[in-house]
Structure formats: C-alpha cells, structure tokens
Design a protein around this ligand. Sequence first.
Ligand SMILES: N[C@@H](CCC(=O)N[C@@H](CS)C(=O)NCC(=O)O)C(=O)O
Length: 219
Amino acid sequence: MTLHLTIVNKAYSSWSLRPWLLMRQFEIPFEETVVPLRQSDTLARLLAVSPTGKVPALRDGDVHVWESLALLEYLAESFPQMAIWPRERAARALARSISSEMHAGFTALRQECPTNFRRVPRAPRTALSADAKANIARIEALFADSRVRFGADGPFLMGKFCAADAMYAPVVNRLYAYDIKVSAATKAYMDAVRALPAWQAWHQDAAAEPWVIEDYERV
Ligand SMILES: N[C@@H](CCC(=O)N[C@@H](CS)C(=O)NCC(=O)O)C(=O)O
C-alpha cells in the first residue's frame, strides 16, 4: 500500500515540509497531494484528510495520521530499519525533546518570520520582538548542544540526518530567508540542511508554484 501525504503550498508551509523532507531523505516512497491555501475549497479538501482541517496528513491504507510530530513517529515505527530517530538512547531522548519543543513552541519567531521558500534573503520589515530574539537564542543554543553532544558522525543535529532535523528544517528557512545573524556553527548546520537533495527538490517545487499569498510576502 502506497503512503499518501497531503500538504499545502511548498512555498509557505512549514509543517508540511517536515514529513516530506524526512520521507524523501530516507527514500520512503509516497504519493503527494498539494492543496493550495486560501482557495474556496481549501478547508473542505483539508477536512477530507485531517479532522483538524490542517496538514500534513498521512494515509497508509485505512490508517490516517495527522500532526507533523505524530507522522514522524508513525514513520519511525513503520520503518524500524531506518534510523529516523537516533539509535542511541540518550541521543534519541534529546532528539525527541527538542522536536517536541519545536512542535509546541517558538511562536514569536513563527509569527514574525513566516516560512517562505521564495523569499530573497532580507531582514523582516519590522524589527524582531524580544520574544522572537529569545526564540532564536534558544534555537541556536539547542543546535549547539545537540551538535556538541551527539554531532560527531556528520553535520546534522545528531550527526546523521534524523527526525529532529526534519522538525527544525522550517527554522533553517526562516533564519536564512530573514537574514538573521547567527553563529558560524549555526550557519554550518543551516548550510548542511540546505544542501540536502530533498531540500533542493522542495525548493524547486516551491519556486514553480503559481500561488502567491500577500500575507506571507509583505513581512
Ligand atoms: N500542529 C500541526 C500544525 C499544522 C498546520 O498548522 N498546518 C497548516 C499549514 S502549514 C495548515 O494546514 N493550514 C491550513 C489553512 O490555513 O487553511 C502539525 O504539527 O501538523
């Protein structure tokens, strides 16, 4: 049975990026449907696949999963041969903790710097709030902590690419697209994520999308 992932605009959707990037990076075959945001039938189409009217949503036969972190857990459980979470217990605990932190938090940064894969890097029109700056400081600290403790095997948070990197991929776009000043270590991590073939593929798809949503563009 083929997995089917429903997402919204690749140019603007942070939540959709997470499972898509992970599945592509781990070479998990899937079909996808992109439902464009802000159309007359958007809500009906999203409600048909997710009871929250929000995506990403994954269908695997008669199993339906929604909420990005739940999707990543479902994929990890479905493909135990792949190290979707790190194999080592302490690394896995940290990866899950920071992923939950991402799923539940960083609201100011998310609101003030919405994901935009087509944005030419430039600062936001309005200076970032103290809360958004605190979000960035915490993100840089958790990146550094993860890399120092578990990053020996590669350039990603836990060394090799895993679900935690998928969770933070939209943040990489925000830091890049809004030209946020970051440490050399954060920049090196961002470069590694942005060089992923799956990231490049998402970026190309986003660039080719016809839909423009002004709210995301005037920031
Ligand atoms: N907590 C949810 C958030 C999902 C979410 O907010 N998705 C947005 C797209 S990025 C959505 O579907 N929006 C639908 C709409 O605005 O009509 C998750 O982790 O999947």
